[in-house]
Design a protein around this ligand. Sequence first.
Ligand SMILES: Cc1ncc(COP(=O)(O)O)c(C=O)c1O
Length: 392
Amino acid sequence: MPEVSRHPDQVDGVTAFRKQFPIFDEKVYLSSCSQGALARPVEAGVQEFLESWHRYGNPWESWVGRMEELRAEFASLINAQPDEVAVTFSVSSALNSLASALRYDVRPRVVTSDFDFPTVGHIWLAQQRRGADVVFAQAQGDRLPLTAFEETVDGRTALLSTTHVCYKNGFKSNVSALAELAHERGALLLIDAYQSMGTQPMDVKALDLDILVTGSLKYLLGSPGVAFMYMRKDLIERFEPSDSGWFGQENVFAYDLHHLRYAGSARRFETGSPPVPSVYATLPALQLIAGAGLDTIEAHVQALASRLIEGARARGLALLTPEEPALRGPLVMVRCTDAVRLVDALARDGILCSTRDGALRVSLHYYNTGDDVDAVLAALDRHPELVLHAAD
Ligand SMILES: Cc1ncc(COP(=O)(O)O)c(C=O)c1O
């Protein structure tokens, strides 16, 4: 089995990190793909918001200031400038704001894929009534090969909008190859990094990304209510969203009802009053991630995923996730005969996982350990009738 956290400093790092998440006192938590576990500093952030509300009534200046701190913290995590980042309520609201600014007269095509999260399909399909020609790059089994995009991204394509890691099988796309393809055909590349952000480095400049969206509540360990959209600086002023509002204006507090003056920054994709409680929760979450370091987190998560895959292979279990390290992220999925019953059985044993597409989802983060992985494998041994074997 691959060793996890071989270096003593790293073991200490994981132990110290894990201690900040009380859920591990009682449970084996392996469901960060749905919601990150709650850390003490995140809880303290929410408490600080409540205190400020109690004490000052309406301290909007400091609340908006906290939002700017959050913007800067996220920007530094992805090697962007703060004015290239919009803080939105959800990935969906970010995408809708962007979609409302796209024009489909010259380049009508938007390419997404079979592996994208449903909201992405819904948002682009809704653009058909504004003239979009929406095409889905087709998966081949548990993979989404580059050829699927080569066949669909053409000279009339405005945007290639696809996921980094697939929520329903853990497949990871090669972002650099997608950027090269999109740019060669004159299209922009948008990556939905919701299922990877927080578990590996994400340098938007090095990857030559045009747009990146992600939310805070999964591997970024924040709360629902906050998401982010990065847009490369020189693109921003091309877009004038019709899905707009006062927080997207150059001067939010100008109260100028009669004029529309978009912010010169990515803030133009924001709309109404910010989700302040979520902002207070999410800033300490991002600081936890930055403190641990995305390189360190990635090494740990990859080692855990390899340990799980090797354990599953040794038992002859059928996996839904590609086994090659380059093609997977923090999510490993095991095929089941009855995934709902299996998730319930694991929960009774204190192991929290989830299910999609009839398979077991085990998602790994920096707070997980080799013992957590071994606990799942041992639990699968106890329920052989609920898992599918490669030979089945
Ligand atoms: C890859 C991916 N994209 C988008 C979403 C949805 O984001 P939101 O609810 O913030 O719109 C999810 C939620 O699970 C997701 O996993």
